[in-house]
Design a binder for this molecule. Structure first.
Ligand SMILES: *Cc1c(COP(=O)(O)O)cnc(C)c1O
Length: 424
């Protein structure tokens, strides 16, 4: 009989994004507090990646926990077609004025992938409802928009999607903008402008594609081009939202605003799964019609779950506290200083910082399946630091509540790991 939690897990669980052959035992965690997680023996780990980019205020935050508890005692769930409740309405009322481009409506779903699916269906049906034939979708190379089929289709085709290639719909991919290719990209957009339904992009920061950063001013030019061609712009702010890039939303860095915004990850402070797709009134109006076929026939059983909405409202309270912005500023300054230290290390290349995100590539030449990632992850976990490099791309993306000392411990660990790699 298996006895430890890791052994029991090995018998019954299939973990996400985890190779099953020779799967190493998963680390059991029993408790969290601030930026720390604790295992069964009380050993502490610093969560350097915000538990897959979702946690912003720290683990087991009592304020969010209490909101969840109170809501669970009052109304835990109700069908959201034809019925409504305070947490869903209140959350929409609070989100709409905060969001870039002052959208008019909020559509709820369950996670980042569904928020993206909904955005694509909104955009496609927007044109269909208006009787306009625009079928082409445009996305960036190296993008990641989720794991459902629509989201996979608009994502970079690579190791994540190769088995499903034949089932993904056609999407036109363009490079992310640079000073050099900007004119060419505009030409590419204009060449098929009248056939293009929508352009989906991760503003400024492509997360799962390897924490790639690009300039807001360049994105702005592409958004302007899309606008002049009548192409709907969909900002996938699933990872960049809620303060991650410095501003509340990365789309605040650009003058031209999206028609549709996708949110998830940080929205509940990393406590519960929630997806939001916000759209402009112009998009929404295309669905207001006598013709029943112009309805958006989409919805999930747990749409606008009241407990989840209560968690999001509590997280917003914490996010709007000026102290939270100060913490993000402090992380940013520490990141900038560490970036200078990294630039002195030859193995660390392409060192970059955006808001609370620091990333660099280990100079090995290989991609996502490269083994330096697992080596650095193993080195750091032994030292109580939870890092999860993407191949040779190493990044630090901490909860905003992380202390100066905890962040310094992460940096020290990375320097130590790079020192080990050098002598390998
Ligand atoms: C994580 C992510 C998604 C998918 O969100 P899930 O909640 O994992 O389905 C979509 N878009 C971006 C930009 C993401 O980082």
């Amino acid at each position: 009989m298996p006895s430890t939690l890791s052994e029991r897990d090995l018998k019954v669980i299939w973990h996400p994004y985890t190779r099953q052959k020779d799967m190493p035992p998963a680390l059991p965690l029993v408790r969290g507090e601030g930026a720390l997680l604790f295992d069964e023996n009380g050993k502490a780990y610093i969560d350097a990646t915000s538990s897959w980019w979702v946690n912003i205020h720290g683990h087991a935050h009592p304020y969010i926990a209490e909101s969840i508890y109170r809501q669970a005692l009052q109304l835990e769930h109700v069908i959201f077609a034809g019925y409504t409740h305070e947490p869903a309405v209140r959350l929409a009322e609070r989100l709409l004025p905060l969001l870039p481009g002052s959208p008019g409506r909020i559509f709820y779903s369950d996670n980042g992938s569904t928020a993206v699916e909904v955005s694509l269906k909104m955009a496609i049906q927007y044109w269909w409802n208006r009787g306009v034939r625009r079928r082409r979708l445009l996305a960036f190379r190296h993008s990641y928009h989720g794991d459902t089929f629509g989201a996979m289709s608009v994502s970079e085709r690579g190791v994540f999607t190769v088995a499903f290639q034949d089932y993904l719909f056609e999407v036109a991919f363009i490079d992310t903008p640079t000073a050099v290719n900007l004119d060419a990209l505009q030409d590419q957009i204009r060449a098929h402008g009248p056939e293009t339904a929508a352009f989906i992009y991760e503003p400024l920061l492509q997360g799962a594609g390897g924490m790639r950063m690009y300039e807001a001013a360049h994105l702005d030019v592409l958004l302007e081009t899309c606008r002049s061609e009548g192409i709907l712009c969909i900002a996938d702010e699933v990872m960049t939202g809620f303060g991650r890039t410095g501003k509340l939303f990365a789309s605040e860095y650009t003058e031209h605003k999206p028609d549709i915004v996708c949110l998830s990850k940080g929205i509940t402070g990393g406590t519960m799964a929630l997806g939001v797709t916000a759209c402009s009134d112009a998009v929404y109006q295309a669905f207001v019609d006598d013709d029943k076929l112009k309805t958006l026939f989409h919805g999930h059983s747990f749409t606008a779950n009241p407990i989840t909405c209560a968690a999001a409202l509590a997280s917003l309270d914490l996010l709007e506290d000026p102290a939270c912005a100060d913490r993000r500023q402090r992380i940013h300054r520490q990141h900038l200083a560490f970036a200078e230290r990294l630039r002195a290390i030859p193995l660390a290349t392409n060192v970059r910082v955006l808001g609370t995100v620091l990333a660099f590539d280990v100079a090995t030449g290989a991609g996502y399946l490269d083994n330096v990632g697992p080596l650095i992850a193993r080195y750091s976990i032994e030292r109580g630091i939870m890092l999860r490099p993407q191949g040779s791309n190493v990044y630090v993306l901490p909860p905003y509540c992380i202390t100066e000392e905890q962040l310094e411990a992460i940096y020290g660990c990375i320097e130590g790991a790079l020192g080990e790699l050098k002598t390998r």
